[in-house]
Design a protein around this ligand. Structure first.
Ligand SMILES: NC(=O)c1ccc[n+]([C@@H]2O[C@H](COP(=O)([O-])OP(=O)(O)OC[C@H]3O[C@@H](n4cnc5c(N)ncnc54)[C@H](OP(=O)(O)O)[C@@H]3O)[C@@H](O)[C@H]2O)c1
Length: 376
């Protein structure tokens, strides 16, 4: 199910803390960075914080700039982004500023927490998500029911840790502040958990007064049938590659990327690349790798169109090449239509051999774009 784009935002001390243990909120950034945060808030549909942050900081979570608020209303958006919080217990202070400032609010909680929240008469919509809080259900609800396309998450650490370890964060915006906390009782930005192996991708670094903003993107593919944010990023990249194919009236334009389990790009390819008039994207990508590469069995192949099951131009279809390479996971945007081959079922062929195949139709439009002339 589609989710909003999830952007984790936090300021952190040099020793990795979000706050100290004193009664007042520790100010990690300066005015210029607070203004940047205000700008990001103004750009999103919703802002989420955990119940722990409401208890510790009693924040308002507003867009402070009047100019930015009127730009939002001018663009037909609500003056303030939706404010979202998460609590298992439902035990929240009804007088907290969060409920009484800004625009609409929603509390996601458990069935038990919802009973408590309703008894407290909190000034918010209350959405119970079952016995436990499921982040995918929460994000789907925000997307489908509340129309949220961009979600900014402003902590605290428990929230950031869960979204990152569950592969649900699209981007991290971290501000590193030049000070130390040095108190192990203080809340950390990220707690223990099953994080991706390998390195995240640096999207940007920016000096803002004496702090540094770093924007990172998670890179590691998911491991099963549920797509992660990184799966979406890689598939979007494969679809971009499809745009580079020399045009053809007799074959599809397809892009493919092979990505190792740790998020390292191993190879990429696109249809008809390098002057070969019949080469397919997955074939071109896999040909750049040593068949004995030990990273292949743990890799994911992203292909804008499902790998072919039959072809006349070469002896082996791409589904067979993927199986021979030992790859166990394929993510694609689009099932092959009957344009050139009737009932092609590369996904079925792969799945029958135990390969996990994910089709993410939300990328279908991007995958089809360079093939429009072939689709009547
Ligand atoms: N520097 C920064 O940028 C920044 C930003 C934000 C916060 N902070 C700091 O971070 C600290 C708070 O962080 P925190 O980690 O203690 O709290 P938090 O992440 O804000 O909130 C944790 C609470 O959220 C609820 N929750 C989270 N995941 C849940 C799940 N899967 N199921 C059910 N409920 C769930 C629980 O509420 P219940 O207890 O009600 O069940 C949990 O106690 C504060 O000191 C604050 O100042 C700093």
């Amino acid at each position: 199910m589609p989710h909003p784009y999830v952007l984790l935002s936090a300021a952190v001390s040099l020793d990795g803390y979000l706050d100290d243990t004193g009664p007042d909120r520790l100010l990690l950034s300066g005015p210029a960075d607070f203004d940047r945060v205000d700008e990001v808030r103004a750009s999103v549909d919703a802002i989420l914080i955990g119940a722990g942050t409401i208890r510790a900081d009693n924040p308002r979570l507003l867009v402070n700039s009047e100019q930015r608020r009127s730009a939002r209303t001018g663009a037909g958006k609500p003056e303030y982004p939706l404010k979202v919080t998460v609590s298992g217990s439902g035990d929240l202070d009804p007088d907290a500023r969060f409920w009484h400032t800004g625009g609409d609010k929603v509390l996601y909680t458990t069935d038990q927490g919802a009973a408590r929240a309703r008894a407290l008469d909190l000034a918010t919509d209350v959405v119970p998500l079952g016995a436990d809080l499921d982040w995918r259900r929460l994000l789907t609800h925000l997307h489908d029911v509340r129309g949220v396309r961009r979600l900014m998450v402003e902590g605290g650490g428990l929230i950031h840790t869960q979204l990152l370890t569950q592969g649900l964060a699209d981007e991290l915006q971290l501000v590193l502040a030049p000070l130390f906390v040095g108190d192990p009782r203080a809340p950390r930005l990220f707690g223990p958990g099953g994080y991706q192996g390998g390195r995240l991708r640096l999207l940007e670094s920016r000096r803002i007064e004496d702090v540094v903003l770093m924007r990172y993107e998670p890179t590691a593919p998911g491991t099963g049938a549920l797509p992660t944010a990184a799966d979406h990023h890689w598939l979007a990249r494969a679809c971009e590659l499809a745009e580079r194919c020399p045009p053809s009236d007799t074959a599809f334009s397809v892009g493919a990327v092979v990505v190792g389990a740790d998020g390292t790009e191993l190879a990429r390819g696109h249809s008809r690349e390098g002057g070969d008039p019949v080469v397919h994207a997955e074939e071109a990508a896999l040909a750049k790798l040593d068949p004995a590469d030990p990273r292949l069995p743990g890799a994911t192949v992203y292909s804008s169109l499902e790998p072919c099951a039959r072809r006349a131009s070469r002896p082996a279809p791409c589904a067979r090449l993927i199986l021979d390479a030992g790859v166990r996971r394929v993510v694609t945007a689009w099932r092959e239509p009957d344009t050139f081959v009737t009932d092609a079922d590369g996904s079925g062929l792969l799945a029958a051999q135990g390969v996990e195949v994910l089709v993410l139709p939300e990328h279908g439009g991007q995958a089809k774009a360079p093939n429009r002339h072939l689709l009547s």
